[in-house]
Design a protein around this ligand. Structure first.
Ligand SMILES: NC(=O)c1ccc[n+]([C@@H]2O[C@H](COP(=O)([O-])OP(=O)(O)OC[C@H]3O[C@@H](n4cnc5c(N)ncnc54)[C@H](O)[C@@H]3O)[C@@H](O)[C@H]2O)c1
Length: 301
């Protein structure tokens, strides 16, 4: 049956890809391949997956047999799954692929195109993009003479960081997305134990249309010397009840990712209110990406 998802693939084994692999294996109980061009990233991801499952057994009462079964469902594969730059291909009977590669439009359109050529419909081409237009990504999956069938299986399946803890998935249909794709993606998100919301394909969707400008404003306040980073973050934690302040949150998300999202908002709307903070650009230029690189607004070494 077209609707049943029996095999999945996740491309990009960074912080989001690893989390998506974890919920797919543990909650949805779907076998999957986890692809990344970097062997170091893959081996770190597998170690992290095993430590998450071990913590579930030790602290959350997960039976060891279920943790073992979840671990066995995940196969790490070098490469991007499409043969670009080498590595093994995504299996042709894969029912859903979710890409979680960097938030760079040309990388994502190229990958989605190659996946569309590799996997026949109705395999779902899901993307964890934070901000890139789904309609543009579906456009890159359009294959000549297929009547729009290929583009119709592209959909945004936007998980939140850290994926094991955050209970939300934001679904974003492209203009081309079929109702069947959307319904199957919703069922997949729910099987991953998430509550699902839906947004139109508008810059930043729901979450990042609101969150990213706020984080950018926090960086601008810091840049202007209005307050220290600690006081900006404390204001949000204690004054607004946020679990973490905006600068610590930006570090967690990744400053490279924040900058890319802010640039998409700026370019797509043409509205100067979305201009990325200069300090954010400088931090990324310095290679200070936040928690994942060991240094951002705070030190993580
Ligand atoms: N970080 C967050 O809080 C967050 C939240 C929601 C969505 N997202 C989105 O998820 C995606 C991934 O973000 P992340 O934080 O996991 O990034 P990350 O930098 O941790 O991971 C990206 C991974 O992609 C791999 N990669 C790079 N180029 C590739 C290619 N061409 N093909 C295959 N793999 C490639 C890298 O080796 C890396 O492991 C982005 O689109 C981001 O906007 C991020």
């Amino acid at each position: 049956m077209a609707g049943v998802i029996k095999r999945a693939a996740v491309v990009g084994a960074g912080q989001m890809g690893l989390g998506i692999a974890y919920v797919t294996a543990l909650h949805a109980k779907i076998p999957l391949t986890l692809h990344d061009p970097s062997p170091q990233v893959l081996s770190k991801a597998v170690t992290h997956l095993e430590s998450l499952l071990a913590r579930d057994v030790a602290k959350r009462g997960l039976p060891q047999a279920e943790a073992d079964a979840a671990r066995e469902r995940v196969t790490a594969v070098k490469g991007d799954g499409t043969g670009e730059g080498g590595g093994d291909l995504v299996a042709q009977d894969t029912d859903i692929v979710i890409e979680a590669i960097p938030e760079i439009t040309s990388l994502k359109t190229g990958l989605v195109r190659r996946l569309a050529e590799r996997l026949p419909p109705p395999a779902i081409l899901g993307t964890n993009t934070s901000s890139i237009s789904l309609t543009k990504l579906a456009g890159s999956a359009t294959l000549a003479g297929d009547g729009g069938a290929s583009a119709a299986r592209v959909v945004g399946i936007h998980f939140f960081n850290p994926v094991p803890q955050m209970k939300l998935v934001e679904l974003i249909p492209a203009l081309q997305t079929s109702d069947e794709t959307l319904a199957r993606a919703r069922a997949f998100g729910e099987a991953c134990n998430k509550t699902v919301t839906q947004s139109a394909d508008s810059p930043g969707f729901i979450a990042n249309a609101i969150l990213m400008p706020m984080l950018n404003e926090a960086v601008m306040l810091l840049e202007k010397g209005v307050a220290t980073k600690e006081d900006i973050d404390t204001t949000f934690r204690l004054g607004m009840g946020h679990p973490m302040g905006p600068l610590a949150l930006a570090d967690l998300i990744g400053l490279d990712t924040c900058l890319s999202i802010q640039k998409v908002l700026h370019n797509e709307t043409g509205d100067t209110k979305y201009r990325p903070a200069t300090l954010l650009q400088r931090m990324v230029d310095a290679g200070w990406y936040g928690k994942k690189s060991g240094k951002g607004f705070y030190d993580y070494k």
